[in-house]
Design a binder for this molecule. Sequence first.
Ligand code: ZN
Length: 117
Amino acid sequence: MDKTNDSSVKKMAELLRRGATMLAESCPQCGSPLMKVENDIYCATCDRRIVYADSDEEAETQAVKVLIPQLRETLIRKLSSLTNVLDTENDTEALTKLANLMVLLLQALHKLESMSS
Ligand SMILES: [Zn+2]
């Protein structure tokens, strides 16, 4: 389909008439110029609102932060079940592996705490 088809041009013109401004940025989806309508950024070609995160990195951080409570809970559950295994395990080699694993889990937990603060 043509990126700047009639209907999107018409829509853009109408938005401009209603006081929208054309932005320098283009739509990440279709490459059409984006319009600013009041506080919304809008693509007339895709006929949808464009929601920007401040940056990709920030969006990623946000996504990770949502996961933190769940991850934390999982890590703690694993640690507590490992503690039970450690208690019954007498093989040195297995104990070493378990201890290493616990250290890794504790490090992960520590990292999560520092991320969520
Ligand atoms: Zn678009």
